[in-house]
Write a protein that binds this ligand. Structure first.
Ligand code: 13P
Length: 252
């Protein structure tokens, strides 16, 4: 039985003071988590160390939104996995569609980061998803297949078992246009099938897959109870303690 994992991707929101406020709100609402449910927050880099301190004693775990694939060196503006670990991160989101769209992430560069995250002891949340144009052209399955295979190239079965795959249709991100539970389940099933092809079914059955794209308290339950959907990667709704907590509760 896979755990349900709900992660909040804060994106570029909340300064230090606002982060304290949100984390304190979340700690109050999520002092204990439903059985078999995990909750992760991924604040901006500058809030991570503070979040680590604030989350002491809380079941809420910490992740980052990106990283570079080296431990240190002359890479101005970048953050390494080693730094993320020292700031209390257990997870890192890699290959978010906004990184692909605005910052040049590709399946190949994401694959490099996934490998580095895993050897550094971070759990990658690997993002895939088709654009509206691709869905309308009926090439969703091809796009997802290429992304999954590209991002997971040369990743071992032992490593993929620890990893999380997030399906985030680009057309559903920040648009309020959520995929129907059936549309989401269909792609999650495709992903599970690809994992079965690559690693066999025993391994594929262990991998947690999240859905992301306009997840809200009122649509979370149905999405989270699809057979192949094991969690959510939440954007807008994770910026308020009430709504993120409600989504976590909906995973029970
Ligand atoms: P929204 O929940 O705001 O649509 O964002 C989803 C997302 O991109 C999470 O990574």
């Amino acid at each position: 039985m896979r755990n349900k994992i709900i992660a909040g991707n804060w994106k570029m929101n909340k300064d230090l003071n606002e982060s304290v406020e949100l984390i304190n709100g979340l700690k109050a609402k999520l002092a204990t988590l439903p059985k078999g449910v995990q909750a992760i927050i991924c604040p901006p880099y500058i809030s991570l160390a503070q979040a680590k301190d604030l989350l002491k004693g809380s079941p809420i775990e910490l992740g980052a939104q990106n990283m570079y694939h080296e431990d240190e060196g002359a890479f101005t503006g970048e953050i390494s996995p080693k730094m993320l670990k020292s700031a209390g991160c257990k997870y890192v989101i890699l290959g978010h569609s906004e990184r692909r769209q605005y910052f040049g992430d590709t399946d190949a560069s994401i694959n490099t980061k996934v490998k580095k995250a895993l050897t550094s002891g971070l759990i990658p949340i690997i993002c895939v998803g088709e654009t509206l144009q691709e869905r309308e052209k009926n090439i969703t399955n091809q796009v997802i297949t290429t992304q999954v295979k590209g991002c997971l190239k040369d990743i071992s079965a032992a490593d993929i078992e620890k990893s999380i795959i997030a399906y985030e249709p680009v057309w559903a991100i920040g648009t309020g246009k959520v995929a129907t539970p059936q549309q989401a389940q269909d792609v999650h099933k495709l992903i599970r099938g690809l994992l079965t092809q690559l690693y066999g079914s025993a391994t594929a059955e262990k991998v947690v897959t999240q859905y992301g794209g306009s997840v809200k308290p009122d649509n979370a339950k149905e999405l989270l109870h699809q057979p192949d959907i094991d969690g959510a990667l939440v954007g807008g709704a994770c910026l308020k303690a009430d709504s993120f907590a409600a989504i976590v509760q909906a995973a029970e």
